[in-house]
Design a binder for this molecule. Structure first.
Ligand code: ADP
Ligand code: MG
Length: 211
């Protein structure tokens, strides 16, 4: 992984968040407090603005710094959760030899585990984890079987979409929406939507790179 890839992805992610302003805002207004778009925009913009500072760092150090920045810029529940994702991903990348997609899948899975530990949540609780857990599993499976990059990207985009849509039928047992009981049914979880958008942005950027 190159740091330039991470920096390009950060711009893609920021753009994807900005493009979905009304959707993210209304999802969090329906089952939360309406600040999820603003939180994500603030975090993504702060990372894009760090380009010069991150450029000279190794990928693991850049991911760690991104995590620390998110901790101080994104408010709400999602800030510390996403921060621990990036910091844990950086830690795994540092510890493992870079053997391409296999090590990225391991780092991604460790990042998702860190979110689970921090938020004390799992699958089916109507959170971002309903996107991240299935994507992490699928990423590990596909890289272990040496699937090519194009197929991995297409599959992860699809898995993320399915996970995001699955939150619609669920009752929330974590986060603000947990107090709504059955009234949360019929609404997609905002954190699941923003994670799906971020995964799509990473995969699309990856497809532009020949390897
Ligand atoms: P807040 O809920 O504090 O207003 P945000 O609106 O930025 O923060 O983020 C809300 C999102 O955070 C939810 O849609 C959900 O996906 C995610 N979330 C909340 N609590 C948890 C948790 N314990 N584990 C995983 N994700 C969570
Ligand atoms: Mg909110």
């Amino acid at each position: 992984m190159k740091t330039s890839f991470i920096l390009n992805v950060a711009e893609y992610i920021r753009d994807a968040i900005l493009d979905h302003e009304s959707e993210l805002e209304s999802l969090d207004r329906a089952i939360g407090d309406g600040d999820h778009y603003i939180n994500m925009k603030r975090g993504a913009s702060a990372i894009v603005e760090m380009r010069a500072e991150l450029e000279s760092l190794t990928p693991d150090a850049a991911l760690n710094k991104i995590g620390m920045k998110l901790l101080s810029t994104i408010g709400g529940a999602s800030g510390p959760l996403l921060a621990s994702f990036f910091m844990s991903m950086g830690k795994t990348l540092k510890e493992k030899a870079d053997d391409g997609a296999i090590s990225y899948a391991a780092a991604f899975a460790d990042g998702v585990k860190a979110i689970q530990q921090r938020g004390k949540a799992g699958l089916g609780e109507k959170t971002m984890l309903d996107v991240l857990i299935p994507v992490a599993q699928q990423f590990l499976t596909l890289t272990a079987s040496h699937t090519n990059t194009k197929e991995i990207c297409a599959s992860l985009i699809h898995t993320a979409e399915q996970g995001m849509l699955s939150t619609k039928a669920l009752i929330a047992t974590k986060g603000r929406a947990a107090s709504l009981g059955e009234r949360a049914i019929g609404h997609i979880d905002p954190g699941a939507k923003s994670c799906q958008l971020m995964i799509e942005a990473v995969c699309k950027q990856r497809l532009l790179i020949q390897d």
